[in-house]
Design a protein around this ligand. Structure first.
Ligand code: IFG
Length: 486
């Protein structure tokens, strides 16, 4: 019970064991579809590993011995994502106020089983689960990562695998950076060339491609089943060469630039004073909003070095109105704080002090400090992948910080949570993604979930070593940092 990550808010082991036996059942307290789905999610996770039948059924009367039970209860103090686990030698009782809490309790249960159970090959071994009481709930509501599918495109199956790994660490946001200078990755039916031309290539001419709207819906649904909200980003007015290359009319000059396969930033801009630009934005936001069950649409706003400052402010304020007109909240990189933001706009801190400016306007912030949370930063000067403009970020650097004291003028109640961006200029495979994300993403997940008071690098590195055994069973291509006693 002392190897769990994210570290629970409260866990009291008793030293006894619950033996998961071949006749064990998974019982749900009511026939609610989501409860049965969660029961089956847990059963699937354990069936492969144990070879046991683990039938899922609605609990009848007093049968609780030798079973795992899932129940929702009225204890609202657990919030939307908290849970309690009461594990005795007789039974495992998982309770939560909301279904997401049960899902997170299931992730904790998985970690209480031996690492071998993460490997789908049947082990047919009597699985032991440490007994005790856990009462756990997250510190921050926003616990996420961003995947840049614009510099290099990653297929639906690859992103689904990444989603599985995020869910195991109780992360609940996947921000997809869908468009940039090198690629437009989402089908827009009213502007079809964005994907067919703008999505035809990538950095160094590699990993072109795009999601059809059906494929994108499939991704959103897959993530939602794991209580992960997908947040789409259409980066603008900068980082727009792929769109400008697809439609000459979007350019102030009326002629389209060539597709771009380099890695420079800050050279492109939508034409702020042309009305067609706002028709484009409105059509894109409308189609994206229809694909986005959640509240947020990210409009980028970073590195608009080719956009006049006053024009930039006018553009952001007009886009904010368009996003609201389509019933969504606007998110953006922190430069958008130069514009007049509405209170429900969310600002993502990455490299400047605009976040404090946003807080002064009453906006809330998500922290992605580049020198701590950018997963595309090289671990050290020998890392085969990644960049180092924000510095080298080893596992300890990515773990050893407290969002509440990270930025002058930004305190705990201004912070929605944390997010670790993974930019893909130097990444082309799922294996590359795993190498840069693990171990550091597990640390970000703990920063987002666990109370600051229970976090300590010297203790965490020991716990992290135990997760290396799980990642090996899961086939994750993780970086074996010399800072961790694997
Ligand atoms: N900054 C750019 C990204 C990417 C990154 C690589 C932001 C918000 C450098 N903008 O980070 O597009 O190129 O580390």
């Amino acid at each position: 019970m002392d190897n769990l990550s994210p570290k629970p808010a409260f866990a009291a082991p008793t030293g006894e064991k619950f033996i998961l036996s071949p006749t064990a059942q998974i019982l749900v307290e009511s026939p609610m579809p989501e409860l049965l789905r969660l029961g089956n999610f847990l059963a699937d996770a354990l069936r492969d590993a144990t070879g046991y039948a683990l039938p899922v059924s609605v609990k009848r009367a007093a049968e609780t011995r030798n079973n795992i039970s899932l129940a929702l209860d009225a204890d609202a103090t657990l919030g939307a994502e908290g849970y309690t686990l009461n594990i005795t030698p007789e039974a495992v009782a998982l309770k939560a106020h909301r279904a997401a809490g049960l899902f997170y309790g299931i992730q904790t249960l998985r970690q209480l089983l031996p690492p071998a159970t993460e490997n789908a090959a049947p082990q047919n071994r009597a699985c032991e689960i440490a007994c005790g009481i856990l009462r756990d709930a997250p510190r921050f509501a926003w616990r996420g990562t961003m995947l840049d599918v614009a510099r290099h495109f990653f297929k639906v199956e690859e992103v689904k695998r990444y989603v599985d790994l995020l869910a195991a660490y109780k992360l609940n946001r996947l921000h997809l950076h869908l468009t940039d200078d090198q690629g437009w990755r989402i089908e827009i039916k009213t502007w079809d060339k964005l994907a067919t031309i703008g999505g035809s290539t990538g950095v160094n001419g590699k990993n072109g491609g795009y999601y059809t709207q059906d494929e994108y819906r499939e991704l959103v649904a897959y993530a939602a089943e794991r209580y992960i909200v997908v947040v789409p980003e259409i980066d603008m007015p900068g980082h727009t060469n792929a769109a400008l290359a697809s439609y000459p009319d979007l350019n102030c000059s009326g002629s389209a630039p060539a597709l771009y396969t380099g890695t420079d930033v800050g050279f492109s801009s939508l034409c702020i004073d042309k009305e067609i630009t706002y028709q484009f934005v409105d059509d894109v936001v409308r189609e994206l909003a229809a694909l986005t069950p959640s509240a947020y649409i990210h409009i980028g706003g970073d590195e608009a070095h080719a956009t006049d400052k006053d024009a930039y402010v006018r553009f952001i304020e007009r886009v904010q109105q368009i996003v609201h007109a389509h019933g969504k909240q606007m998110m953006g990189w922190e430069e958008i704080a130069q514009a007049q933001l509405s209170p429900q706009t969310i600002v993502q801190h990455w490299f400047s002090d605009h976040a404090a400016q946003a807080v002064r306007q009453g906006a809330r912030v998500i922290l992605s400090p580049a020198h701590k949370a950018y997963l595309d930063m090289q671990y050290n000067e020998t890392s085969p992948l990644g960049l180092h403009w924000a510095g080298y970020v080893e596992v300890q650097d990515a773990y050893n910080w407290d969002p509440a004291t990270q930025i002058e003028g930004v305190t705990e109640q201004d912070i929605l949570g944390v997010e670790a961006p993974l930019w893909s200029e130097t990444l082309t495979t799922l294996s590359d993604i795993e190498y840069m994300a693990f171990p550091r993403l597990a640390g970000i997940a703990e920063i987002g979930w666990s109370p600051q008071a229970v976090r300590d690098w010297s203790e965490y590195r020991q716990r992290l070593a135990a997760h290396g055994a799980r990642w090996t069973q899961l086939g994750i291509n993780f970086y074996r940092s010399p800072q961790v006693p694997w």
